[in-house]
Write a protein that binds this ligand. Sequence first.
Ligand code: FAD
Length: 265
Amino acid sequence: RTSEPWRDFDRSQVYTADLESSLHYLLRVELAAHGMLEGAELKVFKDFVTLVAKLYPVGGSVVKLMETLSDWLLSLPLQQIPYQAVLDLVDNKMKISGAFLGAELRWVGCQGSRPGLRGYPCSLWTLFHVLTVQHDATPTALDGSGLEGEAAPVLQVMRRYIRTFFGCKECGRHFEQAAAANMDQVTSREDEILWLWNQHNRVNTRLAGSLSDDPVSPKAPWPSPALCPACHEESNGVHVWNHANVLAFLRHHYGASNLNPRYSL
Ligand code: FAD
């Protein structure tokens, strides 16, 4: 990994290569720790796949694969599915034309300056920020999916995924604590976007200066004044966020038109 060439990137954009790498890692590495998916776990996985199939912001082979996986999971009357069967589908052993998920990690905006830094957790945050913004941009996309009845479907599916499958168990406990405190107060798509932004900043603040902090991409309140000057204000000498401008910035930053396909397969 050390010999991998550095990929130049623009911090004001989001890279589809990071989103694709997150799905590759999630489906082929993280999930592989579960030999059999059953019961509540299986339901959490199905909901995650449905969410991504409905809200992935770019058309093409990745969304086709997620739709195929979602249709297949929903059509199976089984209470148990061996992980190997999921993997066969992800590797497209059924030869469905146009469905494909690359089998390598290509971190771009989530590159670490050394192995072990950034990568998958960065891409998972990125993926869920993108999904909150896409849910807001396409409010009817989840109709008929079984998720449309939840007040904050993207956050709730994220919460259940992180709790059940995320390899970092300590992260899962922290996130569950935060979700239990006030996620049920989120009832609009705008608040879904802002809740995740705020929670992510709380984590950044907690982890600033810790071992996982990459000196090339230090953890700090985000977006920086350089990325979004209008997000920052001062009131009586104290920094305050301008929430309306933060929302507008997040809609733009994580929106479909700001996705950069460079380095994607
Ligand atoms: P990340 O924090 O992963 O951020 C990725 C990118 O998102 C940034 O480069 C930036 O472009 C953008 N971004 C940054 N802040 C925001 C924001 N507020 N809103 C929107 N976009 C933003 N690690 C721990 O050690 N302890 C934990 O408890 C912990 N909890 C976690 C919980 C979750 C749900 C996840 C997904 C990860 C958690 N992690 C935790 C991992 C940690 O948060 C980082 O993901 C990891 O250390 C990599 O950091 P990073 O520098 O790549 O930036």
